[in-house]
Design a protein around this ligand. Structure first.
Ligand code: TXA
Ligand code: MG
Length: 327
């Protein structure tokens, strides 16, 4: 093969250089960055062409808005127009961290970022490398999870390289994500003057309710565009079923089974125990890597045990249900 062919083919470099990531982002390029939840596919939130490239690389439908990441509180009002009651209390309590607030948007945020909505999702990530990058930059970063649309989110730099390595120049390596599932998203609903839960995630709802009181679930009709609310999402290529694990094992007896369980091993071709000590935070951290290993292994079907429906268990079950086969 002549050498110029190689030059045409991009292969992302994986590195730890914040300055290099900043240089590329300033030049309008898309860079994968680590956060404590999952890796993001980042671009200058105020640069429409760069944001468009994020949608292209991820093959994301344009009706699906992006989260804007800020490094400091002063930057919030560059993106949000106003702060509804309770917003600052939540920022004080949970930022930096795995909480996204959907707030009225500033006109300067391109419509492409918010899919034409008058609101914008904002989050301040806690990962030290994401923080260092945002402190260095003059602009916030619009970033969805760094996976092809609909697939499992990446929790290591290698996960990003495996799927998007040929489409982006650089992956900033921050090691494995410590939370492991996406941020919790809540948004202010102006008509009802209530906070609504759009997506359960890395911050348990119970913690949020201690700060602002009860939060209602957003109905699909309120937000048809949130992919966290789309029926099928976070899905491996293989068929996945979620439920009571012994019942599922009996039902699929004779097939090559990959099993995901909370804390107890089971007998199957390939088994992923999310936390042998029954720790929901550890289970969340391990979930997406386990799904990827099963997807890459030689089982034919993935069976997942439903977890206790509390704290992070709720977010894990939500991911598993959306990843599951529809019947
Ligand atoms: O933890 C996370 O949130 C990760 C990291 C990279 O920050 N990001 C992430 O982004 O999960 P993504 O694009 O995969 O999911 C973002 C979710 C989508 O469900 C989107 O619809 C919702 O945020 N969202 C963004 N802006 C919104 C808005 N204005 N109103 C309602 N939902 C919004
Ligand atoms: Mg995503």
């Amino acid at each position: 093969m002549p050498p110029f062919v190689d030059l045409c083919r991009m292969q992302a470099r994986i590195g730890k250089e914040v300055a290099e990531a900043a240089r590329l982002l300033r030049a309008g390029q898309v860079v994968a960055v680590p956060t404590e939840t999952v890796y993001g596919l980042a671009a200058n939130a105020f640069d429409e062409a760069a944001v468009l490239e994020v949608f292209r690389v991820k093959q994301r439908p344009s009706f699906d808005p992006l989260i804007v990441h800020v490094g400091k509180r002063e930057d919030v009002m560059r993106v949000a127009r106003e702060l509804p009651p309770g917003a600052e209390a939540m920022m004080d309590a949970f930022w930096p961290g795995p909480l996204t607030l959907v707030l009225p948007k500033q006109p300067a945020v391109p419509d492409l970022v918010t899919s034409g909505l008058d609101t914008v999702g904002i989050r301040m990530p806690a990962h030290p490398i994401a923080q260092a990058l945002l402190q260095e930059l003059e602009f916030p970063l619009a970033a969805p999870s760094a996976n092809p649309f609909g697939y499992v989110s990446p929790t290591t730099a290698q996960h990003v390289a495996d799927q998007l390595g040929e489409a982006i120049p650089y992956i900033l390596d921050g090691g494995p994500c410590t939370v492991g599932i996406e941020s919790t998203i809540i948004g202010w609903d102006e008509p009802s003057e209530r906070w609504l839960l759009y997506r359960s995630g890395g911050l348990p709802l119970e913690a949020i309710e201690q700060v602002i009181g009860s939060v209602s679930a957003a109905e699909q009709r309120v937000l048809p565009a949130a992919p966290g609310m789309l029926e099928s999402h976070y899905a491996p290529r293989k068929p996945l079923y979620v439920g009571e694990i012994d019942t599922l094992l009996r039902k699929f007896e004779g097939e090559r089974i990959g099993a995901i369980t909370f804390c107890e091993p089971v007998t199957a071709q390939q088994v992923e125990v999310l936390s042998s000590t029954g720790d929901l935070a550890e289970a969340a951290r391990n979930l997406f890597a386990a799904l990827r290993r099963l997807d890459a292994g030689d089982c034919d079907v993935i069976l997942a045990e439903v977890l206790p429906e509390q704290g992070l268990g709720r977010a894990i079950n939500d991911r598993l249900r959306r990843a599951a086969v529809r019947r």
